[in-house]
Design a protein around this ligand. Structure first.
Ligand code: NAD
Length: 462
């Protein structure tokens, strides 16, 4: 489905599929959908890996580790959480409703729109889709047009797994998104940049549709004087170069204690060389930049800075950029203005902890914060002082490798949480029910009120 006429049809099919399965119990619906989805993904594994390779040269190991394995782990966690999630919760009942019961039920929203980005084009589509289906919704997915090969495989997978239309894929660009947004959905789940995030939220507000916004930002990695320099450098270098830096939770820049700056920079160069050799541009283990626009944006950032001390060569033919270590820059440098989203790593020195905390907290809240220190007390204190969606101590990115942890941003990096249990919560609402008996009847509530005030006052005090 590639033309805009497909939009109303896809929305209607998904709505009908939700209605037609409303009588199926939640304990059956979710596990059944997850089984069908993971079977279809297994059957298309090779196609997924090839599509990721075709879209931006993603190395096979990175595809298995950060796309397929994240999905399978998510399915296992959702199945585990589903065993209890839909159990009705009995709550205490006020005395005045004597002999009635109070219960909270979890209900799916209905039909959910998932809008996905290109940087982990498989995983960032199917993981929210799996959560929405597990919670009993039907889904319309709009994958990113920038990873068009993966979008095609996603359409194949979802349409073969759910022939009745429980999960529909609509392909296309921003015009298609705008058309989708003119329809009413019961929830919108968007992952992407914050500029578009704002327009999504505005459109959703027109229909009072609840939204989850998974956005980006500039994630700092802090290396204190007490850090293990070799470990810090190795892990930061890995997190920056994985997926060619096109990762929302990648360390965007490093803040290193001035006293250990040179030692850290030396270890960082050594770490890049260990992973990619002296000529990373030729390495088959580095993904490519997604398109010419992003390639030229990153190249302009490199051309505009004097501080590249290692790497940073570019090949426009293959859209490869070798990891670049950039030092001696200031907070006002172009590289420090916006999320880099590529393999360029600026390194800034800090002289005092106070300066570090003030600088970071004066900017938008990041999606992730990373702190490197062998002192657990120091690391935890710094992590507490630097608010973010999540993060790691002595590592990077790993917080998203676990489907038992909530994933999401704060402030400008977005709001709402998902993964595992948090996906089930994100895609359902709590519905309250009082079940009252026919007898006894509390006459106090009915007019005429004359002669009932004393009893009412007594009840207030009791
Ligand atoms: P993108 O260009 O693929 O856009 C995301 C989706 O929005 C696509 O489906 C696209 O068709 C649609 N879109 C694009 N422009 C639009 C417009 N003007 N109107 C309506 N819809 C539009 O991806 P992107 O935004 O470049 O993704 C990268 C950004 O996403 C980075 O900022 C990154 O940090 C963030 N991100 C966040 C997370 C997270 O989980 N928080 C994960 C991945 C990426």
């Amino acid at each position: 489905m590639r033309n805009s006429e497909a939009v109303p049809r896809a929305v209607q099919i998904a709505r009908d599929a939700f209605v037609s399965q409303q009588s199926v119990s939640e304990t059956q619906k979710g596990p059944d959908a997850l089984r069908r989805l993971s079977r279809a993904v297994r059957e298309h594994e090779n196609e997924i890996v090839s599509a990721l390779q075709a879209d931006f040269g993603k190395p096979e190991l990175e595809s298995l580790a950060s796309e397929l394995s994240v999905f399978y782990q998510e399915v296992r966690e959702l199945k585990r959480c589903l065993k209890r999630f839909f159990r009705p919760q009995r709550r205490p009942t006020p005395q005045a409703f004597f002999r009635s019961t109070s219960t909270v039920y979890r209900e799916p929203f209905g039909t959910v729109l998932v809008i996905a980005p290109w940087n982990y084009p498989f995983q960032l589509s199917v993981v929210p889709v799996a959560g929405a289906l597990a919670a009993g919704n039907s889904v319309v997915l709009k994958p990113s047009e920038l990873a068009s090969n993966v979008a095609g495989v996603l359409e194949k997978i979802l349409h073969s797994a759910f022939p009745e239309g429980l999960a529909r894929v609509v392909q296309g660009d921003k015009q298609v998104v705008q058309e989708l947004l003119s329809h009413r959905f019961d929830h919108i789940f968007y992952t992407g940049n914050s500029v578009v995030g704002k327009t999504i939220m505005k459109s959703a507000a027109e229909q009072l549709t609840p939204v989850t916004l998974e956005l980006g930002g500039k994630n700092p990695a802090v290396v204190t004087a007490k850090a293990d320099m070799r470990v810090a450098a190795q892990r930061i270098a890995w997190g920056k170069a994985f997926n060619a830096g096109q990762t929302c939770v990648a360390p965007d820049y490093v803040l290193v204690d001035g006293a250990v700056h040179d030692e850290f920079v030396g270890e960082l160069r050594a770490a890049f060389v260990r992973m990619y050799g002296e000529k990373p541009l030729n390495s088959a283990d580095m993904a490519r930049i997604i398109n010419d626009r992003h390639f030229n944006r990153l190249k302009a950032l490199l051309d505009g800075t004097q501080g590249v001390i290692w790497g940073g060569s570019c090949d426009p033919r293959t859209r490869a950029i070798s990891p670049a270590v950039v030092t001696d820059l200031s907070w006002d440098d172009q590289l420090m203005k916006e999320e880099i989203f590529g393999p360029l790593l600026p390194i800034l020195r800090y002289q005092s902890r106070r300066e570090l905390v003030e600088r970071v907290n004066s900017r938008s809240r990041p999606l992730a914060v990373y702190v490197f220190s062998t002192s657990n007390t120091e690391a935890r204190q710094l992590f507490a002082d630097l608010p973010s969606g999540g993060g790691c101590i002595n590592d990077v990115v790993l917080q998203v490798a676990s489907s038992s942890l909530p994933f999401g941003g704060v402030g400008e990096s977005g709001f709402g949480r998902y993964r595992g249990l948090y996906s089930l919560r994100a895609f359902t609402y709590e519905r309250a029910l009082v079940n009252h008996r026919i007898w006894p009847e509390l006459r106090l509530r009915y007019p005429p009120y004359e002669g009932k005030l004393r009893l009412m006052r007594w009840l207030l005090g009791s």
